[in-house]
Design a protein around this ligand. Structure first.
Ligand code: ASP
Length: 594
């Protein structure tokens, strides 16, 4: 239907007769001369209709409305001097139209496509129009480009792309499963995969050695900001490798993707930091290292303090730490309230964060009077306190203090707009995650990564001795500018160790057989050492696109209630359909999803 796309014609084409097809981006009448910008996926081309040369086409062009689909045949011509548009790649030429065919008329649109729209619901209801907008079209294109680059890289690195079932069994990744009733097996359910974890490990047992998949994963979670019930991972597993091999592979993979998507060169290898250091220094296992604002330990400053709260904390084995938000003394009351709220949510036992404000040559703080001169001097030196700075303290257990100051640090950075630099890419590996975490409510130990993660070889004795809090995992996350891009681990490949791990996690022998019998069985028949990782493709696409929500890089995302406002999914089903799958609803008042 066309000889060229709408971003193709240049001065070198002048004189050629061409056919273009696309949407009317805009049409305007300049005293009888009609101009219309024709748009397709690739770009815009200006078309002009001369009434004196071609009265028929010119007349028809007067009926053009935005988003009509039209086809034009015309001659590529040089624009007259003064009307050249150097912002447009096709801005030196225009099509003098000989023939215009209106292929399909468009109704008046529910919103304008050339303006940013804040009404998220409206965007989602008419997502197919939203996606026509240049920004969205660019995002979707970039996503396709980086996905293709990932495939190319993994293909050439010897990885097989292999699909795994969507109708599968539950695999524990820490979320709720989406269940699908089985009509052929009354009373039984499939679970949609939270990740293809067990399948990819079984592929290693199968001898496939290197696997990847652009895998859709499903997790029924309460949708916090920037989560989707279904999302896409670049899922990877390999045999006969160690942690360093996975890291090298992933560094190359991300390098290829960022090069393809943004044309930027990222470092060939990323710095590494242990989980413990990340928590101590940044209060986060996915620190944004574009800004410093480190958490500083003040044990030596307050070693001899008489200030009651600090004294009691230090004597009780706790820590006293602080961050210096440099230049943030001008913090507003509203911002201070917000920080207090965040700190309380993070575990601050009192109502307000302790602070010192360095303002007008003074140290303003409710605490200052409790410190000795020596403590004051040491504090100023240790925190590098200077005019205009704002220091926040926290005292308590090491974990709580890390969480509080970590959140405060991140929020201060947002308030001070330190997180806006989209041209710096601070990749970072976090390694040596803890293997297990205690659920305070149930008293049960749970897997920090997942139950298939290998305990650190140096911590096997601690595992045997039940010192679970101090056992590290061979698990790693890759982080970029405060976002976790992905994570993985070296796996357990021995049946006995895996069974022991399940026991530690409170899964008894019988339940192990029911839920994981296939995996434990497989490990009996020569399972190779293996490991892998999964990268969040949505998040990577988001960062490449410079967006701050993954919804902007997913063609048809769900809203924060897990609903699709365009197709009205999820929808009620009739009783007959439920009966066919042997399901009875206990939901009495099925309100339609808005
Ligand atoms: N299955 C893990 C996840 O989804 C990734 C991995 O361990 O490879 O987070």
């Amino acid at each position: 239907m066309r000889t060229h796309h709408c971003n193709e014609l240049r001065e070198s084409h002048i004189g050629q007769t061409v056919t273009l097809i696309g949407w009317v981006n805009s049409a305007r009448d300049h005293g009888g001369l009609i101009f219309a910008d024709l748009r397709d996926r690739e770009g815009l081309t200006q078309c002009v209709f001369h009434p004196e040369d071609n009265p028929q086409a010119a007349k028809l062009s007067q009926t053009l409305r935005e988003e009509d689909v039209v086809q034009v045949i015309g001659v590529v011509s040089k624009r007259i001097e003064g009307t050249l548009n150097d912002k447009l790649p096709t801005g030196a030429i225009e099509i003098v139209v000989r023939e215009l065919r209106i292929v399909n008329k468009a109704d008046v649109l529910p919103f304008q496509l050339d303006k940013d729209l804040s009404n998220e619901d409206l965007r989602m209801k008419y997502r197919y129009l939203d996606l026509r907008r240049a920004r969205m079209s660019k995002n979707i294109r970039q996503r396709s480009i980086i996905t293709a680059a990932a495939r190319r890289y993994l293909d050439t690195s010897g990885f097989f792309e292999i699909e795994t079932p969507i109708l599968s069994n539950p695999t524990p990744e820490g979320a709720r499963d989406f269940l699908v009733p089985s009509r052929l097996n009354p009373g039984r359910f499939y679970a949609l995969p939270q990740a293809p974890q067990q399948y990819k490990q079984l592929m290693m047992v199968a001898g496939l050695e290197k696997y990847y998949q652009i895998a859709r994963c499903f997790r029924d979670e309460d949708l916090r900001a920037d989560r989707q019930p279904e999302f896409t991972q670049i899922d990877i597993e390999a045999s006969f490798i160690g942690q360093d091999d996975i890291m090298t592979l992933v560094e190359g993979l991300l390098g290829t993707m960022f090069q393809a998507g943004l044309g930027v060169e990222i470092p060939a290898s990323f710095p590494r930091m242990t989980y413990n250091d990340a928590m101590d220094i940044y209060g986060s296992d996915k620190p944004d290292t574009r800004y410093d604002m480190r958490i500083i330990d003040l044990a030596d400053v307050f070693a001899a303090t008489g200030f009651k709260i600090f004294r009691a904390t230090l004597d009780g084995g706790g820590v006293v730490r602080a961050i210096n938000a440099k230049g943030f003394a001008g913090i507003t009351t509203g911002q201070m309230n917000r920080l207090n709220e965040i700190a309380i949510q993070a575990g601050l036992p009192v109502k307000t964060l302790a602070f010192v404000k360095c303002e007008d040559g003074e140290f303003k703080s409710p605490l200052w009077k409790f410190f000795t001169d020596a403590e004051k001097d040491a504090l100023v030196a240790k925190l590098g306190m200077a005019e205009g700075d704002m220091v926040f303290f926290a005292a308590g257990s090491r974990d709580t203090v890390a969480t509080i100051l970590g959140r405060v640090r991140t929020e201060c950075a947002v308030m001070m707009e330190l997180n806006k630099d989209s041209t710096t890419f601070n990749f970072l590996w976090i390694v040596d995650f803890p293997l297990l975490a205690l659920d305070e409510e149930t008293g049960q130990w749970g897997a920090v990564h997942h139950p298939f993660t290998r305990p650190h070889p140096d911590d096997m004795e601690k595992l045997a001795a039940g010192d679970y809090a101090n056992v590290r995992a061979v698990a790693y996350d890759v982080v970029l500018n405060g976002y976790e891009l992905g994570g993985g681990s070296i796996r357990i490949h021995e049946k006995d160790l895996q069974a022991r791990m399940f026991s530690v996690l409170g899964v008894g022998p019988e339940e192990q057989q029911i839920k994981f019998g296939h995996l434990l069985d497989a490990f009996r028949f020569g399972a190779p050492p293996h490991g892998g990782l999964a990268l969040g493709l949505d998040r990577i696409a988001m960062l490449v696109a410079g967006e701050d929500s993954i919804r902007e890089v997913i063609a048809f995302p769900k809203n924060n209630k897990g609903a699709d406002l365009m197709s009205h999914s999820p929808c009620p089903v009739d009783l007959k359909q439920l009966r066919e799958v042997y399901v009875q609803s206990t939901w009495k008042d099925p309100k339609p999803v808005p």
